[in-house]
Design a protein around this ligand. Sequence first.
Ligand code: FMN
Length: 163
Amino acid sequence: MAEFSERNLRDAMGRFATGVTVVTTMTPDGPLGMTVNSFASVSLDPPLVLWSPARKSARFPAFEAASHFAVHVLSRDQQDLAKAFALSGAEPFAGVEYTLGAGDSPLFSGCAARFECRHSAGHDGGDHLIVVGEVLHLERADKEPLLYYKGAFAGLENGGDDG
Ligand SMILES: Cc1cc2nc3c(=O)[nH]c(=O)nc-3n(C[C@H](O)[C@H](O)[C@H](O)COP(=O)(O)O)c2cc1C
C-alpha cells in the first residue's frame, strides 16, 4: 500500500480517467477561463453540476464571485485550448472566437458538450471550493472527447504514460 503524501494522492487520483473542460465566466476585467477536470454531474432534477476551483489560483476570486459560468467539455481536437487555458498569466481569449451566453459567460464552439450555468451554491472543499451550478442551457455534438489520465491528455485508444 502506498504511503500517504500529496504526490501519492495525485498519482492515485490520476488513475481516475476524466474528460477535460474549460470553465469560462465574464468578469469586470473581461472574459476569464480555466482548464478544469473536477467537473461532475450532480442532479438531474433540478439539473445541477459541480466543479472545484483551487483557492490558491489567481483566478479564484473571479470564479468565486461569478453569478454565471459556462462549462465546455472539450473535444479531442481541442487539446491546444486545454493547454492554453491551463497556463498562468496567459490571455487565451485573445486568440479564441467567442459569443456571450447566460450571464455574459464567453462561449466557444467545437466542443463535445457545453453547459451554461447559474452559480447556485458554494461548499467548502478544503483547498478548493465546490461550486454547484444550475444548468440553464446545454448543447452537445457528436465529437470524441479529450481525456485526461495519469497526468496527461489522451485519446480513447491510448492512455497517459507517466509511470
Ligand atoms: C487537465 C487539467 C485539469 C485541471 N483541473 C483543475 C481544476 O479542476 N481546478 C483547478 O482549480 N485547477 C485545475 N487545473 C489547473 C488550472 O487549469 C490552471 O493550470 C491553474 O489555475 C493555473 O494557476 P493560476 O490560476 O494561478 O494562473 C487543471 C489543469 C489541467 C491541465
